[in-house]
Design a protein around this ligand. Sequence first.
Ligand SMILES: *[C@@H]1O[C@H](CO)[C@@H](O)[C@H](O)[C@H]1NC(C)=O
Length: 206
Amino acid sequence: MLEIIQLSPKTDNGYFVVKYIKKVLKSPVFWIVIVYTIFLAYSTHIEDPKEIPYPIAQINFKTSRKYISSNYAASSRLGNHLFELASVLSISRDLNRVPIFFIEDCYHEKMWEDTNNLIPGLMNQFLVINGSVPRAIRRTSFHEKCCTFDNPSVLKENKDEYLHLKGTHYQSWKYFSQMRNELLGFLKTPVNNFFYLPVSSESTFV
Ligand SMILES: *[C@@H]1O[C@H](CO)[C@@H](O)[C@H](O)[C@H]1NC(C)=O
């Protein structure tokens, strides 16, 4: 095996790769596969009925307040939602803007329901509007990577009445580190005692 590799000099290998790529690019089968893949990706994307946008939200412009909303990874799970909502709430306070939660499709509706069930106090902080984000609202890039902290102060320059962030996940505790007690207070008190679950002791933390 080693000999075979040594027998073919690098240049030959490179030449072979180029020749092979040219051959593949010329092959109709290759292009059919590409076109079909794109078609499939596109059709499965629009076929998810839960992603069909709700009618555009009716909102007022030129009000005396400023607002903030965000894109959310609404099809993700509850854990993600807690990060997203706590972070956006904290950012809204930094910027002195009213936080809005747009129910843009079925996924957002589920996100709203699930969060309301678990931690109603958190959702209550948001102005909930049933409808998609109007096109007139500019989308602003912020928090483009999942697990980093972007300083919200960079948004202070933005004077849009409705600031809509394109970020999702907001998976950094740094966004809401100062809100620990408040967030705990938002949780709903359980009605059962969970007697079958282990409890914390001096040496274990569960
Ligand atoms: C939001 O609007 C959609 C249709 O536009 C409707 O099906 C849904 O029930 C509404 N949700 C709430 C919470 O009002």
